[in-house]
Design a protein. Structure first.
Length: 138
């Protein structure tokens, strides 16, 4: 496995954004028992002071009767960014902000995962690819 990338320009140049299959929903739950039952099938979970929040597949959220009004697409950045690297998230947010595309980021040990509304996903990938190419040409 490659070493994590810390250099800001290298992270941006190597981000290699790719849309992942499926749709996802960010769901806040008030019932800890319900959250515990769904957690093993969730893509991600965060324990917040107000209650657990989960990222669930479209199929699971619908089957459970949960809110599905904002389907999100997942874009994975295929650079292994260091957890203490600086600037990758800011660069992604700046590109998407300039295009009026909302995003939610989950950064974990190997990759950063960007969630954008489904309707904006393909455009977001193109914009991030262009930003990476721009950085490689510097």
């Amino acid at each position: 496995m490659s070493a994590p990338v810390r250099d800001t320009r290298a992270m941006i140049a190597g981000m290699d954004p790719r849309r992942q299959p499926g749709l996802w929903h960010f769901v806040a739950l008030d019932d800890p028992a319900c959250a515990a039952g769904l957690a093993p099938r969730a893509l991600a979970m965060m324990a917040e002071p107000e209650g657990p929040s989960l990222v669930l597949s479209d199929a699971l959220a619908r089957a459970e009767g949960l809110a599905t009004d904002l389907p999100m697409a997942q874009i994975t950045l295929h650079v292994r960014s260091a957890l203490d690297g600086v600037g990758l998230t800011a660069s992604v947010a700046a590109v998407l902000t300039a295009a009026a595309i909302p995003c939610n980021v989950i950064a974990v040990a190997r990759h950063d995962h960007i969630f954008v509304p489904e309707a904006d996903a393909d455009r977001a990938v193109r914009l991030l690819q262009a930003r990476a190419a721009e950085e490689r040409q510097r």
